[in-house]
Design a protein around this ligand. Structure first.
Ligand code: APR
Ligand code: PHB
Length: 394
């Protein structure tokens, strides 16, 4: 067993949460090590939503990783909702006093953070196997992992569990110490990425008799499409042709006509789940990002929540190491959860608004139609949607 050097913060996971936390701590002169079970290439191969709230983009600017995002990101001032053959624009900027969102893929954010981490010479252990954590309740946090056949153990003042929904950190907390709230939706999203021009300049969320669809993008030449499918759908059962034909059936005739199809770069199914683990702190272990919560992707909140958690956690840790005071880390969980539950509510609402859930029955279907009609008729309803979509203040 090799004894690794002690560090101030051990970060488990090098997704957006772990990488951003590592960068913010390094920027503040706080030693940290990221321990990631997958390879860098694997982490970068994940295709995830890429709609950034203005607050999230500002945090990335302040972390010194915003240059390419600002150069290549697409500023969107609105999006469309299509249902019953009509398309209605949600004018985000008009409804929120000028706010907008930035369309910039999560893969690109991860790449920018990894590049910055390398430039900082920040230590990251990739392909770490059998990562385990202990001692976080007794004030002696310890991390072990195996790499290249060699066991390593090291200590830290804090452990940041940024290891996602299936990570080891939340699993290391006795279940009776947590309040777990979950809703699993009877649907999934079959997503396709293609180097084809987007069918529309802005995102189009579609509520259709055959199911939900979303027309999104990564750039003016790279599109991202989703269609609602069964929760256990297997992407390998969907040829590109089958996907494009089903998507066209959910588009209005004009969009179906103008849709440019092409070979898929990536195709995958994502489950729809709402999940929150409370609290987000256990002694010297802090959970952040998907390790603590999951939202259905409809509201594009997953990445923004991860960034928000890390903003609060980094602020608390920096205060602790610089001033020796604990108010920031003590307030972390409650502060983060207030924002998380607002995003959980919005993501659940937007998912319910736009998806076809036959289980809801006729009354549920009529309620959904009434909700959509109210949105079309009421500027106040659209303003409420826009306020959440552009993001609540940090
Ligand atoms: N040991 C080390 N690393 C682990 C372990 C483990 N036991 N388990 C998981 N990991 C790694 C994963 O390989 C992944 O790289 O932790 C990382 C978690 O990253 P994400 O799942 O991306 O979670 P997060 O950083 O919170 O970002 C949330 O990512 O999944 C999307 O939709 C989500 O947009 C949201 C964002
Ligand atoms: C995406 O582009 O992947 C995306 C955009 C908006 C969403 C979900 C996913 O609400």
């Amino acid at each position: 067993m090799k004894r690794g050097e002690r560090t101030q913060v051990a970060i488990i996971g090098s997704g957006p949460a772990g990488l951003l936390l590592g960068r913010l701590l390094t920027q503040a002169g706080i030693d940290n090590v990221i321990v990631e079970r997958k390879s860098k290439e694997y982490v970068l191969s994940r295709i995830r939503a890429g709609v950034l709230e203005e607050g999230s983009a500002r945090i990335l600017d302040e972390a010194g990783v915003g240059e390419r995002m600002r150069r290549e990101g697409l500023v969107h001032h609105g999006f469309d909702i299509a249902h019953f053959g009509e398309r209605h624009r949600i004018d985000l900027s008009a409804l929120t006093g000028g706010k907008a969102v930035l369309v910039y893929g999560q893969t690109e954010i991860t790449q920018d953070l990894m590049d910055r981490s390398e430039a900082d010479g920040a230590p990251t252990v990739y392909e770490a196997e059998d990562v385990a954590i202990s001692g976080f309740e007794t004030g002696q946090p310890e991390i072990t992992y195996r790499k290249g056949g060699e066991e390593t153990v090291f200590q830290a003042d804090f452990i940041a569990g940024c290891d996602g929904f299936h990570g080891v950190c939340r699993q290391s907390v006795p279940e009776e110490a947590m309040f777990l709230a979950e809703r699993i939706y009877p649907a999934g999203w079959l997503g396709l990425l293609s180097d084809t021009p987007p069918v529309s300049d802005e995102l189009v969320y579609i509520c259709h008799e055959r199911g939900f669809a979303l027309c999104s993008m990564r750039s003016p030449t790279r599109s991202r499409y989703y269609i609602q499918c069964g929760p256990d759908e297997d992407a390998s059962h969907w040829s590109d042709e089958r996907f494009w034909e089903e998507l066209k059936l959910r588009l209005d005739p004009e969009m179906a006509e103008s849709l440019v199809t092409g070979p898929s770069i990536e195709k995958s199914v994502a489950p729809l789940r709402s999940f929150v683990a409370e609290p987000m702190r256990f002694g010297r272990l802090f959970l952040a990002g998907d390790a603590a919560h999951i939202v259905p992707p409809t509201g594009a909140k997953g990445l923004n929540l991860a960034i928000g958690d890390v903003f609060y956690l980094a602020e608390g840790m920096i205060e602790y190491f610089r001033k020796g005071t604990e108010s920031g880390i003590d307030a972390y969980s409650e502060r983060a959860l207030r924002r998380i539950w607002q995003a959980e509510r919005f993501s659940w609402w937007m998912t319910s608004l736009l998806h076809l859930f036959p289980e809801r029955g006729r009354f549920g279907r009529r309620l959904q139609e009434a909700e959509l009609a109210y949105l079309v008729r009421s500027e106040a309803a659209r303003a409420a949607l826009a306020e959440s979509y552009v993001g609540l203040p940090l």
